[in-house]
Design a protein around this ligand. Structure first.
Ligand code: B1M
Length: 213
């Protein structure tokens, strides 16, 4: 197998044996984020496909998630850090009912490496908890992540609850369940402030930078 194929297969197989040496090898020719977005994400897509076809069980997908998390944790130290002044404070959460957090945590890494102060509220965060954290932390923006189809609807509800609580800072939304169109047609109309869709973590950084300019 080529290096790229091996990297994808650690994720698919859910095994860490040989992972770190191969990541070190990959770092010689590629930036950490390209390794994540390339072979590691390719592995994750394959996991999603196999899971969808009932060829993997949840316990196996969890093993794959562990490999992805270990890879990101290892690669993080090699990522470019922008030691600028704090550009803003952002609350991050995976919405109520959803446990997927690898994408959200990647967004946290990218944003915090680029001058943002992140308050990561974790997974399955109900609107009440977001509202409470908003009053405590006074962030400049709120970031919501969701991967399940029902999470898209949960974002609509969350936007309504935030608006009813008088909150109108920009909201950034992302995750596999969402589209730009759903964001514009279904979430934005329920919210007073801006709602912006980010297709991946780098796009999330671009959006945060536009907001802070
Ligand atoms: Co689940 N899962 N899962 N899962 N899981 C999906 C999402 C699914 C598509 C798989 C499938 O069937 N093909 C499917 C959803 C189906 C649907 O709703 N239509 C699914 C399902 C069904 C489930 C369960 C219901 C399974 C069950 O229990 N029967 C269950 C749900 C539990 C719950 O949430 N209540 C479940 C559980 C799990 C695990 C716990 C085993 C594990 C998660 C572990 C963890 O996160 N700690 C897991 C995994 C790993 C996946 C897949 C395989 C991979 C997700 C992932 O981590 N991708 C996923 C299939 C897939 O996506 N191909 C699947 C890598 C990650 C880096 O990408 O999160 O998309 P992603 O983030 C991207 C962008 O989306 C974006 O940036 C990131 C990249 O740069 N982004 C943002 C994300 N959030 C953002 C926020 C932003 C900006 C950008 O701003 C705030």
């Amino acid at each position: 197998l080529s290096l790229e194929e091996r990297l994808a297969s650690y994720v698919v197989e859910g095994t860490k044996e040989g992972l770190i040496p191969d990541l070190q090898e990959a770092l010689k020719k590629d930036a950490p984020l390209n390794i994540i977005n390339g072979p590691l994400m390719a592995g994750m897509s394959e996991v999603g496909r196999l899971f969808n076809n009932n060829e993997l069980i949840v316990a196996e997908v969890l093993q794959s998630a562990e490999v992805m998390k270990a890879s990101v944790a290892f690669l993080e130290q090699f990522m470019e850090k922008n030691e600028s002044a704090v550009k803003g404070k952002i609350l991050l959460a995976t919405v109520k009912g959803d446990v997927h957090d690898i994408g959200k945590n990647l967004v946290e890494i990218i944003l915090s490496n680029n001058g943002y102060e992140i308050v990561n509220l974790g997974i399955k965060v109900p609107p009440e908890q977001l509202i409470e954290a908003f009053h405590r932390e006074k962030p400049d923006a709120i970031g919501l992540s969701g991967l399940l189809v029902k999470s898209a609807q949960q974002m609509v509800v969350t936007a309504q609850d935030l608006r009813n609580a008088g909150i109108d800072v920009p909201i950034m939304v992302g995750g596999a369940a969402l589209t730009r169109k759903f964001t514009k047609n279904r979430i934005q109309p329920e919210y007073e402030g801006l709602v912006l869709y980010a297709k991946d973590a780098m796009n999330g950084l671009e959006i945060a930078n536009q907001l802070s300019d």
